[in-house]
Design a protein around this ligand. Sequence first.
Ligand code: ADP
Ligand code: ASP
Ligand code: MG
Length: 406
Amino acid sequence: MSLIVAKFGGSSVASLEKIKDIARRIKQMKEEGNQLVVVVSAMGDTTDELIELAHATGPNLCTREMDMLLATGEQQSAALLALTLYNMDCPARSFTGWQAGIHSNSNYSKAKIDDVDAQRISSELEQGFVVVVAGFQGISPEGDITTLGRGGSDTSAVALADSIKADRCMIFTDVDGVFTADPRVVSEARKLSMVSYGEMLEMASLGAGVMQPRAVEYAMQCQMEIEVRSSFNQHPGTIITEGKNMEGHRVVTGVAHDLNCARFAIFDVPDRPGIARELFKQLAQEGINVDMVIQSAMRDHRNDIAFTIEENDLERAIPVVDRLVKTLGASGMSYGNSVAKVSIVGAGMQSNTGVAADMFEALAEENINIHMISTSEIKVSCVVDEDRIQDAVRVLHKKFNLDRIE
Ligand code: ADP
Ligand code: ASP
Ligand code: MG
């Protein structure tokens, strides 16, 4: 008998038919003698639809109220799954995040889980119920409902798996596992049988939406192995685990891309200490994260500074940067959202030189212009024009022979 946490994403619970399909699968796992905690996302595009509805109320979207609203999506699918299981003679009980003991901080819309009190869940499991938990939500110290950031049901699953010391943490989704690139962009992308926490964290942070980055980070911290697999078939998936024996095995493991990217440039910024601090401080105060930064070579004691942020922060960033242009004494700014980021990721890069050069060569051969570059030990990222992003992903996938990866 195993104690299993199984998470089913939005597309796996998109309709009652799909909920019935996964209920059959859950019932079978239960009948094989396993104890099950099932975490669900909202049905299909429910979260996006709720966000759209909220926008129709007016321009000011209080994050506390947004969390109240968005958490209802997962509550619907949790209750519907429990009802379906009951109707299949498989006793189940559904719970909200707070009923399941998921305590978070009060950072509405991007709350972090502080701890999980699994007593209630454990007692329901002992009574023989399948426990169904609404993903993506927790409760703040003040007793308010919080949500855990887009894709946050993955983190709910990992945190619950850790707290009940589950034998397996399974993430069921609409693809067969983690691939060498988004299989919807590169048809030759290969499923990885195993990927290290470090590589997965980079890939997820750089746009591979199959796992929420925070979930991978959480799993890495508590050493919880994750299996990513399909809701729709029985194929073996991808194991995300400690990478001791994998490093050096392959130079590049995957290509990730991110369309949620916008760029700013500020012209003729006076070259004196404290300018970068001022820029980053003002943006951070608005909760805006700066990703890549480039400062041009100084001429006449002035520089141009270019940087990228998340595209969904663009509207909020424009007035902040506009104010900064005036206070810093710069000559002007430009901004736009027609850029995207492509990255290659691989633990083996650390010990192989020339990987970045190969990346730039592949992009140049395809006549793709690079606007910005950033590197770390296990990744190289380039900002390119958004309308060339799919070409960039495909050409890099080919350059590093990822269609032939073992
Ligand atoms: P869920 O609703 O199950 O949480 P998501 O839409 O969040 O599913 O994540 C699955 C999607 O992630 C896939 O449909 C795929 O298009 C996308 N994806 C992006 N990069 C990758 C990758 N490297 N491997 C697998 N899927 C990826
Ligand atoms: N429903 C939420 C979202 O769409 C959380 C999740 O799917 O994990 O982001
Ligand atoms: Mg997801």
